[in-house]
Design a protein around this ligand. Structure first.
Ligand SMILES: Cc1cc2nc3c(=O)[nH]c(=O)nc-3n(C[C@H](O)[C@H](O)[C@H](O)COP(=O)(O)OP(=O)(O)OC[C@H]3O[C@@H](n4cnc5c(N)ncnc54)[C@H](O)[C@@H]3O)c2cc1C
Ligand code: HEM
Length: 509
C-alpha cells in the first residue's frame, strides 16, 4: 500500500495537527528496536478482551491489531509517533486506530517477538487473517491454521477479436505471474493452462474451436487471471473447443501429466570454466515462468530417456538471465563425462530441446514467514537459492530479515555469479551476508576453506545452534542444495545442532 506523505493525519482532518512523528531519544531508532526487541515468549491461542484490558499502563501495555494481541511495553519508547499516541491503544483492540494512521506499517513483522496470542472476540465482521495467524501455537505447539486449498472457478467470454478465459482464485495468497504457465501448440491447436496454487495446480485444456494469433494474460485484483486469446478470424465461437482429458482438474503438482514442449537454444553465456547460462526461447504462444524454488526438466529430442532437472536463474539477480515468460535461462554445469550435460553442450544455437512445465513443491510461504534464512549451497546448488535471495532482498525487503548464504565451491574459478551476489551483499549490508568456502583453494585465498562439517557450521553461523538462538521455529528457514551427499550431510549436521526438522528444507530431486 502506498503512503502519501502529504495526506492529512486524522487529527489534522479535525483541525488539530498533533499526530506527527516525534523526535525519539537516542538509541530508539528502528535498527535499535530490531537489535533490542525482547525475546519471544510462548504464544497463546486465545486472549479475552477482559484480560487485554488489564494491561493498559506504560509499564505493562498490551494492544491488539488485526486480531493479534501484542505486548508493546518494550516498544512504546521506540514508537515513532510517540508514547501518547500508542498509549491510546493500550488495553484495547487498536486496529482501527492503527489503520487510521499507518495501515502500511508491517506490524506483524516489527512486533513478531511481542505476540502474546490471538484475541478471542466474537466480531460481526472479521478482519482478514494476518500472516502471523497462520502459525500461532496452541499449548506451546505450533499448529497450522492455513485454510484448505480451494479449487479456482473458471468462466469464459468473447468479443469480436478475443476469447477470454477467466480463472478466479479462491485462496488467500499473493498471485504471482510465475504461477501461470500457458502452452498453445500451433500444430494441434490445443491450449493448456496451468495455474499453480501452493502444492496444487489447476489445469485447463481445450482443443480450440478456432485459430488464434496470440496468447497473453493479466492478473487483476490479485484474484482473476484473464487469459486473452486473439482470434485469427472475427467470427463468434460457439464454444471454446473440445475439453481435453483432465480439463478443470485440481491436483497435486507431482500428479500433473508430464507435458514436454519444444523450446530453442537462443544464447549460451560462459560463467566459469565449466558452467554456462543456457537461454531457451519458447515457441510463440508458450508462456512459462517458474515459481521460486521450483524447477523444470529438460531433455534432448533424440534421447528422451535422459532427462534432468534445472532451476531457472532470476533476472533480478543477474542481468545476464533472460527469464521473462517467453525465454528461460538455466545455469548449468557441464561435466565432460556427464551423461546429459556432455550432450547438452553440443546443442547449437537455434536447436530444439524439450522442456517440462514447472515442477517441485517448494512453498514460498516458508520464505515469507521467516525472519532468519540460512542458505547452504554447493556448486550449482546455488540456483534455487537465487530465487529466495531475489524474493527477500529485491522484491520484499524487510529491514528485520537476515539472510545468510554459505556458498561451497572447489576453487576460486568455480564460484558462479560471485560479482552479482557481492553486489547484493553491498547493497543490503545489514540483511545479506555471504561466506564463501573453498575445498581446494589456491594459496592466495584468505577466506574459509574445507568442506561442510559441524565445526564449520558452528564457526560461520553460531546463532544456528539452537541453544544460541532466540527465534521460534516458524521464524527460521534453513535450505540446503548441492550434490546429494552434500545436501544429506547438511541436514544431518543441522539436526545434530538441534535445529527442528520443520525449519530445514533440502532441495532434492
Ligand atoms: C531439483 C534439482 C535442480 C537442479 N538444478 C540444477 C541447476 O540449476 N544447474 C545444474 O547444473 N544442475 C542442477 N541439478 C543437477 C542436474 O539435474 C544434473 O544432475 C547435472 O546436470 C548432472 O547431469 P549429468 O547427467 O550431465 O551428469 P552425471 O552423469 O550425473 O555426472 C555428474 C558427475 O558425477 C560423476 N558421477 C556420476 N555417477 C557417479 C558415480 N556413480 N560415482 C561417482 N561419480 C559419479 C560424473 O563423473 C560427473 O562428474 C539439479 C538437480 C535437481 C535434483
Ligand atoms: C494503537 C495506536 C497507535 C497510534 C494512535 C499510532 C499513531 C502514530 C502516529 C500519529 C504516527 C506518526 C505519523 C506520521 O508521522 O505520519 C505513527 C508513526 C508510526 N507508528 Fe504508530 N500508532 C499506533 C500504534 C503503532 C504500533 C502498534 C506500531 C507497531 C509497529 C506502530 C508503528 C509506527 C511506525 C513504524 C511509525 C512510523 C511510520 C512511518 O514513518 O511511515 N504504531 N504512529
Amino acid at each position: 500500500m502506498s503512503k502519501s506523505r502529504n495526506s492529512l493525519s486524522p487529527n489534522s482532518a479535525r483541525g488539530i495537527d498533533t499526530a506527527k512523528k516525534v523526535p525519539l531519544a537516542p538509541g530508539r531508532s528502528l535498527m535499535d528496536w530490531i537489535r533490542n526487541a525482547p525475546k519471544r515468549s510462548p504464544r497463546r491461542s486465545s486472549i479475552s478482551e477482559d484480560e487485554l484490558a488489564q494491561h493498559n499502563t506504560e509499564q505493562d501495555c498490551w494492544l491488539a491489531v488485526r486480531d493479534i494481541v501484542y505486548d508493546v511495553t518494550a516498544y512504546v519508547a521506540y514508537h515513532p509517533g510517540g508514547r501518547d499516541q500508542i498509549m491510546r491503544g493500550a488495553g484495547i483492540d487498536a486496529t482501527e486506530l492503527f489503520n487510521e494512521y499507518h495501515p502500511w506499517v508491517n506490524v506483524e513483522n516489527m512486533l513478531k517477538t511481542c505476540v502474546v496470542g490471538r484475541l478471542s472476540m466474537t466480531k460481526k465482521f472479521k478482519m482478514p487473517l494476518a500472516p502471523v495467524l497462520q502459525t500461532l501455537s496452541v499449548n506451546g505447539g505450533i499448529v497450522s491454521t492455513s485454510a484448505p486449498l480451494e479449487k479456482p472457478f473458471f468462466d469464459w467470454m468473447q468479443d469480436d477479436n478475443y476469447v477470454y478465459l477467466f480463472v478466479t482464485i479462491n485462496q488467500e495468497m499473493l498471485l504471482r505471474k510465475e504461477y501461470v504457465t500457458i502452452i498453445h501448440s500451433n500444430d494441434t491447436n490445443e491450449i493448456k493452462v496451468y495455474v499453480y496454487i501452493k502444492s496444487h495446480c489447476f489445469f485447463l485444456g481445450f482443443k480450440l474451436s478456432g485459430q488464434i494469433i496470440s496468447v497473453n494474460f493479466d492478473i487483476e485484483n490479485n484474484k482473476n487471471i484473464k487469459i486473452s486469446l486473439e482470434k485469427k478470424e472475427k467470427s463468434a465461437w460457439k464454444k471454446i473447443g473440445a475439453a481435453l482429458s483432465d480439463n478443470k482438474s485440481f491436483t497435486k503438482v507431482q500428479a500433473l501429466p508430464k507435458l514436454k514442449f519444444p523450446t530453442y537454444l537462443e544464447e549460451k553465456t560462459q560463467l566459469t570454466h565449466d558452467s554456462f547460462l543456457f537461454t531457451f526461447r519458447h515457441a510463440k504462444n508458450a508462456i512459462l515462468r517458474v515459481p521460486i524454488g521450483r524447477h523444470v526438466h529438460i531433455l534432448l529430442p533424440n534421447n528422451q530417456s535422459l532427462i534432468r532437472p534445472y532451476t531457472p536463474v532470476p533476472k533480478a539477480v543477474t542481468s545476464r538471465s533472460k527469464n521473462d515468460g517467453t525465454q528461460t535461462t538455466l545455469l548449468i554445469k557441464v561435466y565432460q563425462d556427464g551423461m546429459f550435460t556432455s550432450k547438452l553442450s553440443e546443442v547449437k544455437i537455434g536447436d530444439k530441446i524439450l522442456m517440462s512445465i514447472p515442477e517441485g513443491a517448494f512453498d514460498l510461504q516458508k520464505v515469507q514467514d521467516a525472519v532468519s534464512i540460512t542458505l547452504f549451497a554447493a556448486g550449482t546448488g546455488i540456483t534455487p537459492m537465487l530465487g529466495i535471495i531475489q524474493h527477500c532482498l529485491i522484491e520484499q525487503f524487510l529491514e528485520i530479515r537476515k539472510l545468510r548464504l554459505i556458498f561451497f565451491n572447489k576453487t576460486e574459478n568455480d564460484m558462479m555469479l560471485k560479482e552479482d551476489l557481492e553486489k547484493l551483499a553491498v547493497k543490503f549490508p545489514n540483511n545479506f551476508k555471504i561466506t564463501h568456502v573453498l575445498s581446494a583453494s589456491s594459496s592466495s585465498w584468505n577466506g574459509k576453506t574445507g568442506r561442510i562439517s559441524e565445526n564449520l557450521v558452528r564457526e560461520i553461523v553460531p546463532q544456528i545452534v539452537v541453544e544460541n538462538d532466540d527465534l521460534a521455529d516458524d521464524e527460521k528457514l534453513l535450505c540446503a542444495c548441492g550434490p546429494k551427499p552434500f545436501t544429506d550431510l547438511t541436514v544431518q549436521i543441522l539436526k545434530r545442532l538441534n535445529v527442528s526438522e520443520s525449519c530445514i528444507y533440502p532441495f532434492s530431486g
